[in-house]
Ligand binder design. Structure first.
Ligand code: NAD
Length: 269
């Protein structure tokens, strides 16, 4: 896609699932990729190896490079170290993908304060701090840049038992719009994607169980879960020059999950 070759992209939580697919896709589009992971260096190295294979094929020196960076996005000091490491290695950071995310399940009246802080700390505060450091770097360079937040359909669909997750993604919608408005005149675009049910490790509870999987898919108008690659394709588009006039938007990629499927048949009949 237009405008991605030679750019540097930092993808948080890129050692698995959607983040891994995004790193691989951006490398295929010619970006240098900084692969953030929290605790699994082997999985992060696997992301890098697969990305390089797919981006370069048999070509030894294809110009695409990767960097693995351990950092916990809930820790401000880790984020500063991570962004510095990317800039030191590549000279510039052009694209940030805030993908790292966690969820916990519990009745809303029983959530301990530290669990609340932990989920919001990774999903929302971590995304903000990564964006803040990226924006500072872009402003210093007076360079254009792109931030893409990986939100969720639960940005708009309430999710009982997953209150902290839902409100972190609801907050992410406003983070996306506020940053987009504030930095539009400095050529920094900020958008989000909102995946629906996607087959990744975060969803092992139902992806590995055919009965539960069928139950989940029965709620999806298109009748199937999404793939990480489908999410990555939209991220590549939003990061590219093809999306040069798009900012402040959340693109729902959910097979119709957010379309109020219960209205498929008219209620008045
Ligand atoms: P996943 O569990 O494979 O990916 C989450 C990644 O975040 C993991 O690699 C994990 O190590 C990393 N991470 C967690 N805490 C971190 C921290 N403190 N610092 C750095 N990295 C950390 O699941 P996924 O489905 O690929 O999720 C990726 C994103 O997509 C998440 O933000 C999630 O909320 C969002 N999402 C997923 C779905 C889905 O159905 N899979 C739907 C909507 C949104």
């Amino acid at each position: 896609m237009k405008g991605l070759k030679g750019k540097t992209a930092l993808i948080t939580g890129a050692s698995s699932g959607i983040g891994q697919a995004i790193a691989i896709r951006l490398a295929q589009e010619g970006c240098h990729i900084a692969i953030n992971y929290r605790k699994n260096p082997e999985a992060a190295a696997d992301t890098a190896e697969r990305a390089m294979q797919l981006a370069c094929g048999q070509v030894e020196e294809c110009g695409v490079q990767s960097l693995l960076i351990q950092a916990d996005v809930a820790q401000e000091a880790d984020i500063l170290r991570m962004v510095n490491a990317v800039v030191e290695r590549f000279g510039h950071l052009d694209i940030l993908v805030n993908n790292a995310g966690i969820q916990t399940e519990r009745p809303s009246h029983e959530i301990p304060a530290d669990e609340f802080d932990r989920v919001l700390g990774v999903n929302l505060k971590g995304a903000y701090l990564c964006a803040r450091e990226t924006i500072k770097h872009l402003l210093d360079r007076q360079a254009a840049g792109v931030i893409i937040n990986i939100s969720s359909v639960h940005e708009i669909i309430p999710r009982p038992q997953y209150l902290t997750y839902s409100i972190s993604k609801g907050g992410m919608a406003n983070l996306t719009k506020t940053l987009a408005l504030e930095y539009a005149d400095r050529k920094i675009r900020v958008n989000a994607i909102a995946p629906g049910a996607t087959a990744t490790p975060i969803n092992e509870a139902w992806t590995e169980d055919p009965t539960k999987k069928a139950a989940v898919e029965s709620y999806i108008p298109m009748g199937r879960a999404g793939t990480s690659e489908e999410m990555a394709a939209a991220v590549a588009f939003l990061a590219s020059e093809e999306a040069a006039y798009i900012t402040g938007q959340t693109l729902f990629i959910d097979g119709g999950l957010s379309l109020y499927a219960d209205f498929r048949e008219t209620w008045s009949a």
